[in-house]
Write a protein that binds this ligand. Structure first.
Ligand code: NDP
Length: 487
């Protein structure tokens, strides 16, 4: 699709291909104008203070909750996911909005610091100031939950926001903008600009003060490069290749059940979804039997266990990973090289997959899972870490969960559970390595959208001064004696 000539673009139901809406393909001028308006309203939004902003965000939360079925249906329509999954996604997003609104004052209010003995006549504090305007670029897989982690926390911290939703979920983005407008005390606090990739690029080049991006590592690098050019910070939430590690003492039935859900739900289009399992050889047969039996009951379709690939081009990626694994000698427990049946992908579980296969090294973002046996948990940890990604992980062990988890090079880990870290509003969300940097959610997610300002002021004047050309010899001597005494 050429992005230079289109003024509008369609949104499709990925399950049927039907056009469900037409949206403005915002131009560079549109984006710059939105950012300029966001700057103009920035001071007034900051001036509302924590209490004023909390009122607005809690009111928005109430509108979303009241119209939950409306947004649930829209998310299901644009992404193809089942209604119950859409509802779960939105419930989690509402939880984050509420937490950010109610906790910004607690975590962002100025804190006083001890000035130390030599500077005892000073008082010191550290403030957290909002950046100004934050540009948020969102993905299509969780079009409410994921961007809300940046939008709610940015707004609560006192920034105005310009949000560019994915071209696959523009309707959801517009709905969020429209519902916020219903509770906004004045315009341009939270604006939504729809468009294609070029619109996102325009936002990274516009006069925003920070960019929060979720999507592929490839695009994240472009965003980071553009931001570096303008010397503005970014928070980047990219893909993952999350491992599930199953020890010999794990509850195997439960590990299999949860790993299956983590791999297949949302058609595998989850950045923190399971893509690889490393299971101790002593329990591997049992684990494989359990997960295989359960996987037979899982079916894609409209309002079935999971929906279609939201982004049609992803089907080629999934097919190439399956083909590559098959060519390298992997065995299929469930599914096969014919699993991709556009727009759906049948559950696919591959066994004994060579570690240099694309299904092990690259993000598949489909309902596929690799299962490899390991001799020890040391081997499981080494293989889990042998990836360029480092987003989340799940560890299953009754005795060794903490020990295994502590060795993983990932931003998040669940022990004897899956993705709990996404739902708990008080813990930060984000990764390391190619999975990105910076954090959304929790106190750290609020901190992310502020910069630090140290403020030091004189409490009382000393009889002599150090920071002046009129400094006396006595002042020099006094300082030297104090330093010698103290150190
Ligand atoms: P992209 O990274 O290309 O897109 C993510 C967002 O960035 C979209 O809103 C997109 O807009 C926008 N964008 C595209 N190009 C630019 C640019 N040059 N500058 C700024 N913003 C831009 O991901 P895709 O949607 O194409 O998915 C590709 C792969 O990324 C998937 O296969 C999956 O592996 C991974 N992914 C990971 C996600 C996660 O949760 N971490 C979420 C989504 C994808 P537009 O949609 O209009 O192109």
């Amino acid at each position: 699709m050429s992005t230079t000539t289109l003024t509008e673009f369609p949104s499709h139901n990925p399950a049927t291909g039907e056009v469900i809406g037409t949206y403005r393909n915002a131009s560079v001028e549109d984006v710059n104008a939105a950012v300029a308006r966001a700057h103009a309203s920035s001071r007034a939004w900051q001036a509302l203070g924590f209490a004023g902003r909390k009122k607005v965000l809690v009111a928005w939360d109430a509108v979303i909750s009241k119209r939950l079925s409306e947004i649930t249906e829209l998310v299901a329509l644009e992404t193809g996911k089942p209604l119950s999954d859409a509802s779960l996604e939105i419930s989690l997003a509402i939880g984050h909005l509420d937490w950010a609104a109610k906790n910004a004052a607690r975590y962002l209010s100025p804190v006083t610091r001890n000035p130390g003995l030599i500077m005892a006549n000073m008082k010191a504090r550290v403030e957290r100031a909002p950046y100004g305007v934050v540009g948020v670029i969102g993905p299509w897989n969780y079009p409410v939950f994921t961007p809300m982690g940046s939008i709610a926390y940015s707004l609560a911290a006192g920034n105005t926001v310009v949000f560019k939703p994915s071209e696959y979920t523009p309707g959801v983005g517009e709905w969020l903008g429209a519902t916020f407008a219903e509770v906004a005390p004045f315009p341009d606090i939270f604006q939504v600009i729809t468009g294609l990739g070029a619109t996102g690029q325009a936002l990274t080049n516009a006069a925003v003060d920070k960019i929060a991006f979720t999507g592929s590592t490839r695009t994240a690098k472009k965003v980071a490069a553009a931001a570096a050019d303008r010397m503005i910070p970014t928070v980047l939430e990219c893909g993952g290749k999350d491992p599930v590690i199953v020890d010999s003492d794990a509850n195997i039935k439960k590990a299999a059940e949860y790993a299956l859900w983590l791999a297949m739900s949302n058609a595998g289009q989850t950045c923190i979804g399971a893509e690889r399992v490393y299971v101790h050889h002593a329990v591997a047969d049992e684990f494989i039997r359990e997960i295989g039996d359960m996987a037979k009951e899982i079916h894609p379709g409209i309002n079935k266990n999971y929906g279609p690939a939201t982004m049609p081009s992803q089907l080629n990626v999934i097919q190439s990973h399956i083909d590559d694994a098959a060519a390298k000698g992997a065995k299929f427990l469930i599914g096969g090289t014919d699993s991709v049946q556009p727009p759906f992908v049948q559950p696919t579980i591959m066994l004994d997959v060579p570690e240099d296969s694309l299904a092990i090294t690259e993000e598949t973002f489909g309902p596929t899972l690799t299962i490899n046996r390991v001799q020890s948990m040391d081997e499981a940890v080494a293989l889990a870490n042998a990836t360029r990604y480092g987003l989340g992980a799940s560890v299953w062990s009754k005795r060794n969960g903490e020990k295994i988890a502590s060795q993983l090079v990932t931003g998040m880990v669940s022990i004897n559970s899956v993705i709990g870290f996404a739902g708990v509003a008080t813990v930060p969300f984000g990764g390391v390595k190619d999975s990105g940097y910076g954090r959304i959610h929790g106190p750290e997610g609020l901190h992310e959208f502020t910069y630090l300002r140290s403020v030091v002021s004189e409490r009382f004047a000393l009889p002599f001064a150090f920071t002046t050309f009129k400094r006396t010899k006595f002042a020099d001597k006094f300082l030297t004696s104090v330093i010698k005494f103290l150190h």
